[in-house]
Design a protein around this ligand. Structure first.
Ligand code: 3UK
Length: 507
């Protein structure tokens, strides 16, 4: 297993150690307008850490809320908070004042570091802890001005391996957001798991992708993983499928992290770009449909690395790469993690039976002051909200979210299976399949379909799509209702918001 010293500061291990390993002059972070070496990054981190401790007078264990799109300065702020023995509370760029207010209360935030471009939602709050702005702020309280006064090195605060260094909020769809707490050793544990065992990341890798640093998928994939091996990360905001392809080409990126829909949208545009630098592409956040895996392989020549992760577990815990990939399966538990499938009573089931996925490993769920902890973790097993199935060789197959399983006329139907079938049709760009309340059947399978350019909605197309599904999977699973729409509701992290489709169905 993974063994770390009792006293541990993850940033000392990731950044100070990088200099000691001789990587000081290597490129660490590249933004839209800047390129920082590891030494430059260390310098920024140390200056910010001094500001936090000396100017803001924060003390060990204080919590610092962070707001910013992906850029080197946002990365430096997160790492500086942790190096200073404080707890980073990164927030998704698109959150509104009401949501930020809840997070500030819940996490008992003591100070805020915020990119100027995102200040408006903080200004809208009735009550807010002290804020320092970074970026092009003319404000007297600007972080940049304070940083200039502190040139001396900052010694990492001597934290314990199991001191909290990160509170990450789940993109909860309803109610009070759930904060998940992670330790300094958890940060290193994820760096020493997926990257060496599945991704095989190396010193000369160039990481790129879309997930925000405020989402642990992005924090790991676009910051912590590259730093651990002396690689570099390209941190860009507002990426589109087209601009990500252009950036991969421009920066000769080798590793890409994004969500399945992004790969699906990039595939038809890929031929216009030189993607020969890319050697590994990672998909996570939601299920990877086979049609998307195939489209991406045809466009890029690469076999996608699928991986399921969760904010509660910090990062990816089931995945596969290369010869280990089994189409349709997410993969196997990563070294150090165990996985099993449980029935409704919490009993383990064997291969071929669908049930709730449970996970045990070096990282796991610690909700911040939330009674839901007792439901999520039992006997050290993390009970995810995912319906999975295992095969005799220990591969794990995603079926649906447990609360998204459609029950129609007594049949259990997994929406993603119907989506996967629809996505193979040449007219379908994107789709989402839900159960719509129905008197006769309990729920009715309903598909929400976005058409590719050049296709028009029609009754004939509805029938064609229905027949197309019936040819591929058991006919009772076909969508009895098909609705065409311009786009699907998605979160900032690329997840389809099925509850929005369901709510609409009730209107
Ligand atoms: C779903 C997947 C099928 C699944 C995340 C990588 O997504 C991340 O964290 P969240 O807390 O959501 C967790 C839930 O998302 N999911 C994620 N990946 C897959 N479903 N196949 C996948 N490959 O329902 C899971 O329970 O937002 C992903 C790394 C870090 C993360 N936080």
């Amino acid at each position: 297993g993974l063994q770390y010293p009792e006293r541990l500061n993850c940033v000392a291990e990731l950044v100070d150690a990088a200099i000691a390993k001789g990587w000081g002059e290597r490129t660490a972070l590249v933004g839209a307008n800047e390129r920082w070496t590891y030494r430059n990054l260390l310098d920024r981190i140390d200056r910010i850490a001094h500001v936090l401790r000396r100017d803001l007078k924060l003390v060990t264990g204080n919590r610092v809320l962070l707001r910013g799109a992906n850029c080197p300065m946002m990365a430096a702020c997160i790492l500086a908070v942790q190096k200073a023995g404080l707890i980073a509370v990164p927030t998704m760029p698109l959150l509104r004042a009401a949501e930020l207010g809840k997070i500030i209360d819940k996490a008992r935030v003591d100070a805020v570091l915020c990119a100027t471009a995102l200040r408006a939602e903080l200004d809208a709050l009735d009550q807010c802890p002290p804020v320092l702005l970074f970026g092009d702020a003319a404000d007297a309280q600007a972080l940049d001005a304070l940083m200039r006064r502190h040139g001396e090195p900052f010694d990492a605060v001597d934290t314990s391996a199991d001191d909290v260094c990160l509170i990450s909020f789940t993109s909860g769809t309803t109610g009070v957001p759930k904060g998940t707490m992670h330790f300094h050793r958890d940060v290193l544990a994820i760096c020493d798991c997926f990257p060496p065992h599945v991704l095989r990341s190396r010193l000369d890798d160039v990481f790129i992708g879309t997930p925000p640093l405020a989402f642990t998928f992005g924090l790991g994939g676009l910051l912590l993983f590259p730093l651990r091996v002396g690689a570099s990360a390209i941190l860009l905001e507002k990426l589109t499928p087209e601009s990500l392809l252009a950036a991969i080409e421009q920066h000769r990126a080798t590793v890409c992290f994004t969500a399945p829909t992004f790969y699906r949208q990039m595939a038809p545009l890929a031929a216009r770009h030189d993607l020969t630098s890319l050697t590994r592409t990672v998909s996570a956040g939601e299920a990877l449909p086979l049609a998307t895996r195939d489209a991406w392989r045809e466009a890029s020549g690469l076999d996608m690395i699928d991986g399921i992760g969760a904010t509660e577990i910090l990062h990816i815990f089931i995945s596969a790469a290369g010869a280990d990939i089994r189409p349709g399966a997410t993969g196997k538990p990563l070294p150090g993690y165990q996985a099993c499938i449980l029935d409704k009573d919490g009993q383990r089931v064997g291969p071929g039976v669908i049930g709730r996925l449970a996970i045990k490993g070096p990282t796991g769920c610690r909700y911040l002051a939330d009674p839901r902890q007792r439901q999520y973790v039992r006997d050290g097993w993390n009970l995810t909200g995912d319906a999975y199935e295992m095969d005799a060789d220990g591969y794990f197959y995603y079926r649906s979210r447990t609360d998204d399983m459609i029950i129609s006329a007594g049949y259990n139907i997994a929406g993603p299976e119907v989506e996967e079938a629809l996505l193979r049709h040449p007219a379908v760009a994107e789709c989402g399949v839900i159960g719509r309340p129905d008197e006769e059947r309990g729920q009715l399978v309903e598909a929400h379909v976005v058409l590719k350019a050049g296709f028009e909605p029609s009754d004939a197309l509805v029938c064609a799509l229905q027949d197309f599904v019936k040819q591929q999977i058991a006919p009772y699973k076909y969508p009895r209702s098909v609705k065409f729409r311009d786009k699907l509701p998605r979160t900032e992290t690329g997840k389809l918001q099925r509850f929005k489709l369901r709510d609409e169905a009730l209107e």
